[in-house]
Every structure is written in C-alpha cells, then in structure tokens.
Design a protein around this ligand. Structure first.
Ligand SMILES: [Zn+2]
Length: 594
C-alpha cells in the first residue's frame, strides 16, 4: 500500500461541507452537549444504559435526631434508636467518650455506629436478605420475607421495594406478575409514617412488569407518569413499552413511544432502531423503514450481524421491490448530498423492481466488490474537531494535574502542529511484553516518511520510560536526545496518564495517531459515541509486524458508515472486532439500471 497516497487522503478535506449528518431531532445529544461548557459532552450514553436493570442502591436517609417512638416501631429511624437504646453498649460508650474529647473523631465514630445500627436494624437485615434473594433469583423467599415484614410492621424503603419488584419482574411466573402489582400498590398507598417515593428504577421495573403482562399501554403510561413526577426516564425505561408495541405489531403506538423519547432527549440505539425497523417492515410502512435506515446511518453507523440480516430481508422482500421513484431530480439529490455532508441524500427510495442484495467486501480503495460502486469519504467538520479538542482539554485538566496539562498545551503551541503523533508506550510494546525501543524508533522513522515535509512525528512517552533499563544502549539515549532537541518528544510527568497527552496532541493537530490501542477503556468511554469514533476511524494508524519490518495500516480512504448513493443504492457495514486485519462484511443493495 502506498503510504504517502493514503495519508494525503486525510488532507484532502472539504472544510466547507458541514458534516452534521444527523437530522435535528436525532442530533440532540451532540448539539446540546457541544453547547454546554462543562465536558458533559463526553458522557457516554451507552454507559448510562444499564440494561440489566439491577436494583439500584440508594443511600438510606440519615436521621440525626431519633424521635422517641415505641421500640416496636422499626424503621431507618428506629435504627438509630436501637443503638441509643443500648443494644450496642460498646458503641454507645465510645460515642460518649469521644463526644467530649475530639469532635472530629466523634463525627467519624457516630457515622460508623449509625451505619452499624442501620445494618443491624430489622430494616437493614431485611435489605441484606432481599439482596441475597436477588442474587440467587429466589422470588419465593423474597416474598416470604416481605410478608413477614408486613406482619411485623417493618418499614420498607424504596430500596426494599425495588429489590422485590425487580425479582417479580425477572420471574416468568404468574406469581411474579400478581405479587409485583400488589407490592407496587402497597408502596404507592404507603402510610403516613412511612411514605415511600418511587424512583426511576421503580418505574422502570414496573414498566417491565407491565410488559410481562403484555400491557405495553401500561408500560408507556408508567414512563409518562415518571416524567410528570419529575423523574427523567432513561432509555431502559422506554424499552418495555417500545418492545411491547413492536411485538404486538402496533407500529403506530411504537412510533408514539419513539416520538416521546425524541421529545425528551433520549436517543434510541441500535436495539431500539432495529425493533422499529422490524415493525415498520412487518407493517409495510416503507417510509418508516427508510427513516430507520437513515437513523441507523446517522447514529449507529455500523450494524450487528443480526441487524444486517434484517436489512437484507427487507431489501429482498416484495414490499421493497415495490418502492421507489424512477425519475428523480438529479440536481436536487446532489444538493442534498452536499448539504448532508456526503454519503446520503435522504430523498427516499430510488429505482424500480427487485433489489440485488449481496454480502460483500470493499477493496482497499472503497470500491464495492459486488456492484463496483465507490464509497465516499465523509469528512469531519474542522469546527467540530476544535470543539471536541477544547472539551477534551477541559476534561484532561480535571483528570490530570492542571498545571502539567496547561504546560503541555503551551509546549504544543510552540512546537506543533504535527503530521502524526506516536503513542510511544503502545508502539514500544506491540510485539513484546517489555518495551522495545528499536520498535518505537522504527515507527517514528516510518511516520516521518508519511509527512509531506518530512517532519518528525511527536512522540509521547511517560517519564518512567525514558530512564534506565527501558532505554538500553547509549545509542538510544542519543536518539531520544535528538528527538527532544527537534521538538518531537514530550515526556509526560510522573503520575500522569499519557493517554490524555497523545490523544489531545493528535486531535488538536488534526493529524494521524499511531497506536494499536483500540481506545475502549474508561478514559475513552468518557469521550462519547458521537464524534470520537468518527475521528478515530479517520486518524488512527495501526501497526503490525511482518518479516519485512513494521507495517502501517492506514485509515481507510472511505467512511465505514451506512451509505446511500446518489443512484439510490445502499451499502451497510457490519461491525468487526478488534482484529483490524479481518475483512469487514458489507450488505450491498442496488437495482439494475433501466
Ligand atoms: Zn455494492
């Protein structure tokens, strides 16, 4: 592969074209988040999903001054009372002593004592036992404990209820359904002494119960009630209603839930869009099938094998054969493509008759091996990159020592921009568990050859790497010195996470990043799914070691995203794992030109 040519593709950007690919409504997360100053922009939707819906743990409220009630009134309030009543005399004694001597310590001790008392109260014990039932999925035992607690007037808080309801919603028996609704009713009615306010987890679990009852209307109603009660529903809160309607083939009701989600700023992800795609396909709502494909393109980009299968089924169907216009306004379509940033037009189905559908691959230049069409490269708006870089800097300053990171930015201003940034630690570790300096050196030289002006790439290395045994021979020391004097080496300080440094350098320089790090760990999760994956696809250079030496794997010269051509054909990429040498499968759907 000609490295020089590949790298130049990145430079051949079309900065005027906006790449805001999403329709305004689906664009919500990106646009609103960009406008916020705090880097909440980076909060990743997927990390908030919590599909498994384990009962949430809420802190039991602290009561500082226990009211004097009868000892039979067990509650979180009673927990403290119990302690003061002398069930734990040692603690009480300790409290008394520290009260007089060290106020600071006293606070600590009383906190501990309170915690212990809470844990040992009937309420606390019940919570613990319910947690065990939840772990063992033992609904019978949980219900027995609940019935006992009711008889003995053990007050329940939202955590108890959530654990119970969760177990009921996970059970596929009638018992779970029946008792679940009964417990919820009890929770809602409560009593004056112990009013329990349901939270997001409660409503979501109830929505699941409603879905188990095959009552998506109720599931939807619960989400609305949650919203009206000032609790923001999460994506998982909507899923029972959406799935329920889709299963029943009630397309219009499913779209209603979908609209409600959009209005409330909750973005459907692949699973939800696929449900909507399926219900639209089954109910022959061809306009909606089109909409879902566009939304998958804008937000999901690459689909799972299952979704790809469903899309293939759609294109092979008689229904799909019947959609499409034969004459379309070529100029209008071209305009729409430019306006949309490239790779789609959104003007509806084009063509006539059966679609040719194939699973295929792209060649290195992005030409479809099935239909011969060339895929496009969708550029990233430079403005979007700048916004991202500045949010990244804010986040890095919070996570790293602020002064260190600011110093690095100053250094970058002076020595940058670069044509490539090398993640030194990763590159030095590609073949071995230990750091191989020569490998890094060889990668730096290869990266330099990619630069149109033969500029050295920026090497980021942690301070721990530039000392002693990591460096080895004096020759290597000389190389390091040379890089340093050329303004091509930045050593990150002790205690820093160098990931922030190389990532920021590459993004702010809008240049290539040489690393085999797939950038999936916690730090990168913070970067969200809206911009970062697109940036990575276009800028990451990966390395492999061959007999001939290091091989650079350049970013593809086309975008790995669902593409709709000006002629109306579709190319849908599937996701692949971390092995970048695996060939990616695409669904190609096109129509014979008449
Ligand atoms: Zn094709």
């Amino acid at each position: 592969m000609n490295l020089q040519t590949s790298s130049s593709i990145l430079d051949a950007s079309i900065p005027q074209i906006h790449t805001m690919l999403l329709k305004p409504t689906f664009n919500l997360s990106l646009k609103t988040l960009i406008s916020t100053k705090t880097p909440s922009f980076f909060l990743n939707c997927s990390s908030c999903r919590y599909r498994s819906l384990k009962p949430l743990i809420n802190p039991i409220p602290n009561f500082t001054s226990p009211p004097h009630k009868s000892p039979h009134h067990f509650s979180t309030v009673a927990a403290t009372t119990t302690a003061d009543d002398g069930t734990t005399p040692a603690t009480k004694q300790r409290l008394y002593i520290t009260n007089r001597q060290q106020p600071q310590q006293q606070l600590q001790m009383s906190g501990k004592a309170e915690k212990r008392a809470r844990r040992e109260s009937p309420s606390g014990k019940l919570l613990y036992l319910l947690g065990r039932c939840s772990r063992d999925n033992n609904i019978e035992e949980a219900l027995r404990l609940y019935d006992d607690a009711v008889i003995n007037n053990v007050p329940l808080n939202v955590e108890h209820y959530n654990k119970l309801l969760y177990l009921c919603s996970s059970s596929d028996t009638d018992l779970g359904l029946r008792r679940g609704f009964e417990i919820y009713k009890q929770m809602e009615s409560g009593n004056s002494e112990c009013k329990v306010v349901p939270n997001e987890a409660t409503f979501t679990t109830m929505a699941r119960l409603a879905a188990n009852k095959e009552d998506p209307e109720l599931a939807f109603e619960l989400v609305k009630r949650m919203k009206e009660g000032g609790i923001s529903p999460k994506l998982r809160s909507y899923v029972p209603a959406l799935l329920g309607f889709c299963k029943k083939g009630m397309a219009d009701k499913a779209y209603e839930v979908d609209c409600y989600m959009i209005e409330n700023g909750v973005a459907a992800e692949e699973a939800e869009l696929t449900m909507l795609l399926r219900v639209s396909f089954d109910s022959e709502r061809t306009d909606k099938v089109y909409e879902m494909l566009q939304r998958l393109r804008a937000s999901v980009r690459q689909v799972s094998d299952d979704t790809a299968g469903l899309i293939e089924d759609w294109f092979r169907s008689d229904c799909a054969a019947g959609v499409g216009v034969v004459d379309w306004d070529v100029r209008k379509v071209k305009e729409a493509v430019v306006k949309g940033g490239g790779g789609w037009h959104g003007q509806g189905w084009f063509g006539k008759g059966k679609w040719n559908v194939a699973r295929t691959e792209m060649d290195e230049t992005g030409v479809c091996k099935s239909c011969g069409e060339k895929l496009v490269c969708v550029d990233i708006d430079p403005l979007e990159t700048e916004t991202f870089a500045s949010s990244l800097s804010t986040l890095a300053c919070q996570r790293e020592t602020r002064a260190d990171f600011l110093q690095f930015q100053e250094w970058l201003q002076k020595h940058g921009p670069f044509d490539a940034v090398v993640d030194g630690a990763n590159v030095g570790h590609i073949t071995q568990n230990y750091f191989v300096f020569n490998q890094l050196k060889s990668a730096v030289n290869s990266a330099r050859r990619l630069s149109p002006s033969n500029k050295l790439p920026l090497v980021i290395l942690h301070s721990g790497r530039v000392k002693g045994q990591h460096i080895g021979s004096p020759k290597n020391k000389t190389t390091l010195q040379y890089w340093k004097e050329s303004g091509a080496l930045y050593v990150t300080p002790q205690g820093s996470n160098d990931d922030w440094y190389w990532l920021y350098a590459a993004i702010s320089s809008k240049c290539l990043l040489v690393t085999n790090d797939e950038m999936r760990d916690h730090l990168f999760e913070l970067l969200g799914t809206s911009f970062f994956p697109r940036w990575k696809e276009k800028h990451q250079v990966r390395l492999s070691v061959t007999k001939e030496g290091l091989k650079f794997h350049m970013p593809p010269p086309y975008s790995i995203v669902i593409q709709e051509s000006e002629q109306g054909s579709w190319h849908i990429p599937t996701v692949i794992g971390d092995d970048f040498e695996t060939r990616r499968q695409w669904v190609c759907a096109n129509r014979t030109k008449h």
